[in-house]
Design a protein around this ligand. Structure first.
Ligand code: IMP
Length: 188
């Protein structure tokens, strides 16, 4: 996903990120974002350059009025996700419009030592789409404390404050902590 790549590149200054070929990637069937993110990183570890670090990402949108769906199904929940979500919420009161984006990052070193970063962004689903930046559900997601949708707030806002930016910061903290406590132990 080029949008995710651009967002992560802005959130991880100094990193040089490249998208791997997804050819041959097995079906995404983890029970959690973490499992899916780890599967992506491990696929990269198996198929990509052994000298490079691998970063796997998985994310989704959880809506209160839908019992937390679409969640890890977000990418394949509906062909037209925005109208589908607005339709599903038509019968749900304002309380049910509470929602959160979740992002998990799994980073594997060349020796397959695993580092993890997690980020969430709370907000609510707007009654109709507004704005043109971002992707997916961004035109109908209003972050907590904001009046505008993410698609109106724009990519600059997203690179500082999105669930993905928060997960990236969490990952950087984990990596810095590891660096301070010495080299990571090799794993099998
Ligand atoms: P996956 O992580 O590739 O399985 O898919 C994530 C799906 O969650 C995307 O296809 C979107 O539907 C939704 N999603 C995750 N992050 C965002 C975001 O930042 N903006 C809009 N939709 C998102």
């Amino acid at each position: 996903n080029e949008h995710k790549l651009a967002e992560l590149a802005r959130a991880l200054p100094g990193w040089r990120l490249e998208l791997l070929e997804a050819d041959g990637y097995p079906p995404e069937n983890g029970q959690t974002y973490y499992e899916n993110a780890r599967a992506k990183a491990r696929f990269g570890r198996r198929t990509g350059d052994p000298e490079l670090w691998m970063l796997g990402e998985d994310s989704g949108l959880e809506v209160d009025g839908l019992g937390g769906r679409p969640g890890i199904e977000s990418a394949r929940w509906a062909v037209e996700p925005v109208p589908a979500l607005l339709g599903a919420l038509r019968e749900v009161g304002r309380g049910g419009r509470g929602a959160r984006y979740v992002c998990e990052l799994v980073c594997l070193s060349p020796g397959s030592v695993e580092y993890r970063g997690t980020g969430t962004l709370s907000g609510r689903i707007a009654p109709e789409p507004r704005g043109s930046e971002g992707f997916g559900y961004d035109p109908i997601f209003v972050p907590e404390g904001e009046q505008r949708t993410i698609a109106e707030l724009g990519d600059g806002w997203k690179s500082q404050s999105s669930h993905r930016a928060r997960a990236a910061r969490d990952l950087l903290v984990t990596l810095a902590r590891q660096k301070r406590s010495g080299p990571a132990p090799p794993t099998k």
